[in-house]
Design a protein around this ligand. Structure first.
Ligand code: F6P
Length: 533
């Protein structure tokens, strides 16, 4: 079957999809529609997916050549066709004896050598052997944006219980407020600045790096000695004045949003230490092996992609909420926004033909339980259906606060239950019959109806350790890849970010007044005039 036949078949199945609760009349619904791997459970039983639709989706994946596409990625083929690049973030976390070749050359010796250099630097910073003008580094400021920020930001917050190094701060926005608020109160002589930019040309990052260097130069005689660079453009980093010994390079086959596993992860390594960072990598490598080896029907990234395709392509739900009931995963939704929307938010297929349907859903979310007191109203009663992905750990890291964790888990499970069960009009009437009567009872009851039959997926794990985090992030990476393969697009380029960058560069002189408003549309001209005034 070809793409459109599969899509048509899936939509036909979605039209007749059974109610979620009806599916639980089968005793083995949970057993049949959940899967686990090494401490992570994926429960997709509270969805309208039934055996027929699952078989159809798995057949679609097989027909689309998923296994071959996956193997091509791991083999170092240039699957990012518009940039003619291999896609090998998996090499950054591959084990000690791995051999991965690009154009016949084993890339692993270089990967290992860079990782060893990073670990040596991290040990020196953490021990104080390498410090600043004022002594051992107490603070690290990571300057980067997009993939050079979101991964480390998310992971550093996620692994707070494992921090035993310097405090790590992140500056991404070119808004001077971000840099100013971060540097305020820091001791320049004891601050290490990490400039993270794959290209070393990104205007936000370079502007922040120059201003950080100026800030340091006001207080330290040799600011460059307290700078580190993480980049594919090692020459540009050297031109910035950072000595080669503190430049950590990586190849163009590491996409920005897939780069936390290598040099871009240095801030995380500084916070948690090289050994815990290795556990993070080992977790991701174990998910890579699972993705490569497990049958499609038991394969967590594949199954997660299957739920995504079902909800977006089959059921037509435009968005997906990711709700970690894990405060330390507060930045996971933002991380996934880049991972999924920059990867799969595409308008043409691999061969340049327009896509026949929107490829990627809008991903959004906030941690629970906070979201319950904000946007969950819409998820429960709004007219649009939002499939939810919950994440929840069996255990927290606060043994003295187990009561908190009990409540956290109960709330997470209650939300998925409430979304599925809903509340009927009869139940609503019965609930308030003692307080209202007649037309007022009817009116009030209608406000208390929950439609139910709202899908959710729950990802449960034992504890948010470095290894588990590595597995979860790698699972999401591969899920994104699978959805991209099925939709026939290139998940590894990002041409859609270029136009805005070009226009911003052109508008700079207009804002300065060095260039007039000729050629600007009336709205932009009016805004420039207002903002300049
Ligand atoms: O704006 C898009 C983007 O190119 C992302 O893909 C990338 O992660 C980010 O900018 C930062 O780029 P760099 O690491 O080159 O500074």
């Amino acid at each position: 079957m070809n793409f459109s036949a599969h899509l048509t078949a899936l939509r036909a199945l979605a039209q007749d999809a059974p109610q979620i609760q009806a599916l639980f009349q089968q005793n083995d619904r949970f057993a049949q529609f959940s899967a686990d791997f090494d401490g992570i459970l994926l429960d997709y039983s509270k969805t309208q997916l039934e055996a027929g639709a699952r078989a159809q989706l798995l057949a679609w994946m097989a027909d689309t050549g998923l296994a071959a596409a996956r193997d091509a990625m791991f083999a170092g083929d240039r699957i990012n066709q518009t940039e003619s690049r291999a896609v090998l973030h998996v090499a950054l976390r591959a084990g000690a004896d791995a051999v991965i070749t690009v154009d016949g050359k084993d890339v692993m010796p270089e990967v290992r050598a860079t990782r060893a250099r990073m670990a040596a630097l991290a040990r020196d910073v953490r021990s104080g052997a390498f410090g600043g003008a004022g002594g051992a580094f107490t603070d690290v400021v990571n300057i980067g944006i997009g993939g050079s920020d979101l991964g480390p930001v998310m992971a550093v917050a996620a692994l707070a219980p494992y921090h035993d190094g310097p405090r790590v701060h992140f500056v991404s926005n070119v808004d001077g407020a971000h840099l100013a608020d971060t540097l305020r109160g820091l001791d320049a002589g004891r601050t290490l600045v990490v400039v993270a930019s794959k290209t070393f040309t990104t205007i936000e990052t370079m502007t922040n790096a120059i201003s950080a260097r100026d800030w340091m130069a006001g207080q330290v005689s040799d600011p460059a000695s307290q700078f580190v660079a993480l980049s594919s453009a090692t020459t540009k980093a050297a031109d910035f004045g950072i000595p080669p010994a503190r430049v950590f390079g990586f190849e163009d086959w590491v996409g920005g949003r897939y780069s936390v596993w290598g040099p871009i992860g240095l801030s995380l390594m500084l916070a948690i230490g090289p050994e815990a960072f290795d556990d993070f990598l080992a977790g991701a490598a174990s998910m890579d092996a699972h993705f490569r080896e497990a049958p499609l029907a038991d394969n967590l990234p594949v199954l997660l992609a299957m739920t995504g395709l079902w909800h977006h392509q089959g059921m037509g739900h435009a968005t997906r909420a990711v709700i970690p009931y894990d405060q330390r995963l507060a930045r996971l939704p933002a991380y996934l926004q880049q991972l999924e929307m920059e990867s799969n938010g595409k308008g043409v297929t691999m061969d340049g033909a327009p896509v026949s349907a929107a490829v990627a859903p809008i991903v959004w979310g906030e941690p629970g339980t906070n979201g319950q007191h904000a946007f969950f109203q819409l998820i429960h009663q709004g007219a649009q259906v939002v499939p939810v992905e919950f994440l929840i750990a069996a255990q927290g890291h606060e043994p003295h606060l187990t009561q908190h964790h009990r409540l956290l888990v109960a709330n997470c499970l209650a939300q998925s239950q409430a979304l599925m069960q809903g509340r009927s009009l009869d139940a609503a009437r019965a609930m308030i019959a003692g307080r209202f009567a007649g037309a007022e009872l009817e009116r009030q009851a209608r406000h208390r109806v929950f439609p139910g039959n709202r899908p959710s997926v729950t990802i449960a794990y034992d504890r948010l350790t470095p290894r588990r985090l590595g597995q979860i992030v790698a699972m999401y990476e591969h899920r994104t890849f699978v959805e991209g393969v099925v939709m026939g697009i290139n998940s590894f380029d990002q041409w859609g970010v270029e136009l805005g960058k070009e226009l911003a560069t052109a508008l700079g002189p207009v804002m300065d007044g060095a260039q007039g408003l000729d050629g600007q549309d009336a709205s932009t001209a009016g805004l420039v005039t207002f903002l300049r005034r």
